[in-house]
Design a protein around this ligand. Sequence first.
Ligand SMILES: Nc1ncnc2c1ncn2[C@@H]1O[C@H](COP(=O)(O)OP(=O)(O)OP(=O)(O)O)[C@@H](O)[C@H]1O
Ligand SMILES: [Mg+2]
Length: 252
Amino acid sequence: MGAATLLEIKHLVVRYDKAVVLNDVSLSVEAGEWVGLVGPNGAGKSTLLRAISGLVAFEARARRGTEGDIVLDGEVRFLGRRIDGLQPHEIRQMGLVHCPERRRPFRELSVIENLMTGAYLSRNSAEDKRRLERCFSLFPQLSERRYQLAGTLSGGEQQMLATARALMFEAMLLAIDEPSLGLAPRIRDELFAAIETIHHEGVSILLVEQEVGRVFALAERNYVLSQGQIIAEGTAQALLADETLRAGYLGL
Ligand SMILES: Nc1ncnc2c1ncn2[C@@H]1O[C@H](COP(=O)(O)OP(=O)(O)OP(=O)(O)O)[C@@H](O)[C@H]1O
Ligand SMILES: [Mg+2]
């Protein structure tokens, strides 16, 4: 592992009961890097992010001894430190922030209150305010609606809010799961522009996204996951040069 390796996953295995969802997955993200993770539906992409952020282990602990045990194996390191086994909030505090798929905001809270639920960690109101204003500058549409109840936002605005909330944490690595799902093209562009801004400020990105073309345009390096295994890794250019991959897995 290089000195600048932020995230290092080795031989990760996740099994739900007898179904093997991740089978010996190894992957890394360097400091400052934007890494894309693509692959067909059901490949295990969301499970991979959930395993990194401690959610699979959390679910495994909750299920232990019940029907359908979850088996989790392998190593996950962040900043050189083992994080498999840590609680989700401990992992987040280290700067690995996960923005899950189809996350919905708290409907009964306003936009601003939703964002502040992501800010309690800093224990510093000036810092919270700074981060809040930063979210609003990245998502002006949310700024205009800061006092509106989240449940009354449009679907796209709710999704934007979910992503904005992740930004309230001080992230070193942002692991984002299909942020553009169900969004109109113009809103997608805005969302990715916001992610690009964050990346330019030095935050590393691990992006899961259905729109392969979009990932390839943004990420510096990519992994292709299929049936729980990494079947290819490289720059967009290298992956696109592989005809089998192109036709079989990338849908291009
Ligand atoms: N908690 C769970 N219990 C049992 N099986 C699960 C659980 N979570 C995921 N799976 C199964 O693991 C497989 C991988 O799911 P996952 O959500 O990781 O795929 P994905 O690559 O994110 O797919 P998509 O592109 O559709 O979001 C699926 O077959 C899914 O049904
Ligand atoms: Mg998924």
